[in-house]
Design a binder for this molecule. Structure first.
Ligand SMILES: NC(=O)c1ccc[n+]([C@@H]2O[C@H](COP(=O)([O-])OP(=O)(O)OC[C@H]3O[C@@H](n4cnc5c(N)ncnc54)[C@H](O)[C@@H]3O)[C@@H](O)[C@H]2O)c1
Length: 267
């Protein structure tokens, strides 16, 4: 049987990299893509040292650039027969600032990566999957997806709220056009990755003690979350699904047991 292929945006590190690792363990060909070539090369080298038989391709793709997305798709198609799974994972966090303290450039950056990049990437991969006759497109949600408001995270939240609307809309368009394409959302909860301390590469986020406390209770390393999400994606057969790691029940349980289960990610 031919090996399946997954493409994951923003996969040189964090959740994207960990999902790539899980897919490869499941015998997939894996395409790592991100903005910096050196990071991709390192990720590819690390991935090849892990368990798994699938091929690993590393392709530079800044999802704010349509040409990069087209190149990512074309190069993947040239190497592998099909693109079975596409995961919109790339994202940037918000510098911890109120809306009117952000620069125009910071606002544009979040909307361009977190919302517009996801939409444009989905548009191009939909063209491929429609022709192919099937496929799976999953997109990572985030704070704001459920309408919650946290001051200092408002533009990121606005973008992710838009992402959630977009996932529903794309799933609906696939359904009414009777396409055999599954569109779904991945809700990873809170993860201990570079993302929580760096908004963009050059914008550090200072975590308050209160925030650290919440991360210690609700947070998880991305490998734990990735394993759950990938297993769920591979067993899912329903369109417009939401795969959620940190359910309300799990969160409540974490708070209830936190006095007895001390965790510290920030030692
Ligand atoms: N860490 C969390 O607590 C958390 C919580 C909820 C949702 N998320 C979401 O999960 C996803 C992965 O986050 P993570 O925690 O692994 O973060 P991360 O910062 O470790 O990884 C994100 C990756 O995206 C890449 N990226 C940034 N801009 C890009 C662009 N224009 N084009 C392509 N790649 C780009 C980065 O270089 C990085 O490798 C993001 O969509 C994020 O919004 C994270």
């Amino acid at each position: 049987m031919d090996r399946k292929t997954v493409v994951i945006t923003g996969s040189a590190r964090g959740l994207g990299y960990e999902m790539a690792k899980c897919f490869r363990r499941k015998n997939f060909n894996v395409v790592i893509s991100d903005v910096i070539k050196k990071d991709i090369d390192n990720a590819k080298k690390k991935l090849l040292e892990e368990k798994g038989n699938g091929e690993v391709l590393g392709i530079v793709c800044d999802i704010t650039k349509s040409n990069d997305i087209i190149k990512l798709i074309d190069e993947t198609k040239n190497s592998f027969k099909t693109i079975d799974y596409w995961i919109n994972n790339a994202g940037v966090n918000q510098p911890d600032k109120l809306i009117w303290k952000l620069t125009d450039e910071e606002i544009s950056r979040m909307i361009d990566v977190d919302l517009k990049g996801t939409i444009i990437a989905s548009k191009y991969i939909m063209e491929v999957m429609e022709k192919q006759g099937y496929g799976n497109i999953y997109t990572v949600e985030g704070h704001g997806s459920n309408d919650a408001v946290i001051p200092g995270l408002s533009i990121y939240g606005t973008a992710k709220r838009g992402v959630t609307y977009f996932i529903n809309a794309l799933a609906k368009e696939c359904e009414i056009n009777k396409l055999d394409i599954i569109v779904g959302a991945l809700s990873p909860g809170i993860m201990i990755t570079d993302f929580i301390v760096n908004a963009f590469r050059d914008k550090k986020i200072e975590l308050s003690n209160k925030n650290k406390k919440v991360y210690n209770i609700l947070g998880d390393y991305p490998d734990v979350v990735a394993k759950y999400l990938v297993n769920k994606m591979l067993s899912n057969t329903n369109n417009n699904v939401r795969i959620k790691w940190l359910t309300n029940r799990k969160a409540a349980l974490r708070f209830m047991t936190s006095p007895f289960k001390k965790r510290n990610f920030f030692k």
